[in-house]
Design a protein around this ligand. Structure first.
Ligand code: 5CA
Length: 439
């Protein structure tokens, strides 16, 4: 992408209404624009990162055996009357009436809709286990939308729903999501800690939140220090036997404020193992059995010929919130430092002297070669001063920069800059290009 033809509206000043660093940087780097309280338009750079995060989530869901669907954002109130949640959900639900005076709502979650889909087609244990997910916009009329995409009113969620014949099988489904979550957050450069959590309006009695530690987090959390350093199991696990991976983590104390038991915390961890910190909830998984399938009559016939309600769980990831969480975890005073897996561009190509024949020719050659190799390049061929170009590239957090200037080029050299380490090195044009092509 040539920067002069792109839409990258970066801001010089930090907007005064932004309180936390990720919100400030998302506005300054031109990722989002607020349209109403808690409602954002996604600008090109923000959209690219959102799509990359979405894709990682999708790949890890597929790997864990879940199947993607797409449910509508608008839902019939009658479905929620069937489950009994319509009146309970309260003011967070945006209720809408259509021209036929039918009650609709903008979905804050989709247990009812997915149960309705399931009961329309599935009757037999032979079709189970099943896990259906979608990545779709949700709306919750939060009392206090704040911190940008962290607590929005409209936000993008991955929500998965598992259906099983009995509790043992449903536990396996829960464990598959538990491990998939550890893997997908790790791919985004995040250390997510699973913690026992309150189930709130979703229901059930087994639930874990996945928490990123950050001072600006909204939740107070308490856990054993070892959990923070524990790596994810990775993709090469036996997906039908994950108890070991789950037990290894759930055996150590970890709880959010609502579930915290100080006496137990002190009993189960020594003083130097105790961590009490702020955290951001990036995912939340639930097992709630028959809570929806029983009232909505999503019945399954077992091998014994007996009908019973499907055993269900649901599993959410805050896809749009993750942009904020990743920035909170990875930035410096110059701007965002994107992990390569979610970066909006693989690298920036910076022409320090557009109009100079040698610089232009070298940049065009590099640009074409990098694109041919499948690298996503932001080519800065604007007339801005070098300082402004560097500052912008650092602000938007592109992992690598290839810097082409007349002085270096006279000796056949260009500069390579790494955003995370700040390291710069000067080397021959061809060798830098080769290295970037190979990735
Ligand atoms: N039905 C279940 C799981 S699919 C559910 O709705 N769970 S949830 O309420 O915990 O939401 C799932 C995830 O969405 C949360 O972990 C959080 O990361 C994200 N999320 C929830 N509310 C918001 C919000 N207002 N803004 C941004 N992200 C949110």
């Amino acid at each position: 992408m040539r920067l002069s033809r792109y839409f990258l509206p970066t801001l010089k000043e930090t907007p005064s209404d932004a309180q936390i660093v990720s919100h400030k940087l998302m506005l300054r780097a031109g990722l989002i624009k607020q349209e109403a309280a808690g409602i954002y338009a996604w600008l090109p750079l923000g959209l690219k990162v959102l799509k990359k995060i979405e894709q990682i989530v999708r790949e890890e869901m597929n790997r864990a055996g879940a199947v993607e669907i797409l449910m509508p954002t608008l839902q019939l109130a009658d479905l929620w009357r069937e489950s009994g949640r319509y009146d309970d959900y309260g003011q967070e639900m945006l209720r809408i009436t259509d021209r036929h005076k039918r009650d609709l709502l903008y979905g804050p979650t989709a247990e009812e809709v997915v149960t309705d889909i399931f009961r329309a087609f599935v009757r037999s244990y032979r079709d189970l286990p099943m896990n259906l997910y979608n990545i779709q916009w949700k709306f919750r009329d939060e009392v206090r939308p704040r911190f940008g995409v962290m607590r929005g009113r409209e936000f993008l969620m991955k929500d998965a729903y598992s259906f099983d014949i009995d509790e043992a099988s449903a536990r396996k489904a829960y464990n598959r999501m538990f491990v998939a979550y550890l893997n997908l957050f790790e791919r985004m450069g995040l250390k997510a800690v699973p913690m026992r959590a309150d189930t709130g309006p979703i229901g059930g009695d087994l639930s874990h939140e996945f928490i990123i530690l950050a001072d600006t987090g909204e939740s107070q959390v308490f856990c054993h220090k070892d959990l923070v350093e524990m790596g994810a199991p990775g993709p090469d696990v036996d997906w039908d036997n994950l108890e070991g991976h789950v037990e290894k983590r759930t055996a150590l104390y970890a709880a959010t404020e609502e579930m915290h038991d100080q006496a137990r915390f002190e009993r189960e961890t020594s003083t130097d193992q105790r961590l009490s910190a702020r955290g951001i909830e990036v995912g939340h998984i639930f097992y709630f059995g028959e809570k929806y399938s029983r009232p909505m009559k999503a019945m399954i016939t077992g091998p014994d010929g007996v009908e019973r309600p499907a055993q269900m769980g649901s599993y959410g990831v805050g896809v749009s919130r993750l942009l904020g969480a990743i920035i909170e975890a990875s930035h410096d005073d110059k701007g965002i430092i994107w992990p390569e897996s979610v970066a909006p561009f693989d690298l920036a190509l910076i022409n320090l002297r557009p109009g100079d024949e040698a610089c232009d020719a070298a940049c065009e050659k590099a640009y074409a070669a990098l694109q041919a190799a499948g690298r996503d390049v932001l080519y800065d061929e604007t007339d801005d001063r070098p300082g402004a170009k560097f500052a912008r590239t650092e602000l938007v957090g592109i992992p690598w920069s290839m810097v082409v200037g007349p002085k270096g080029l006279a000796e056949g050299n260009v500069e390579l800059r790494n955003r995370r380490t700040g390291e710069t090195s000067t080397a021959a044009f061809d060798s830098v290009l080769d290295g970037l092509i190979k990735g």
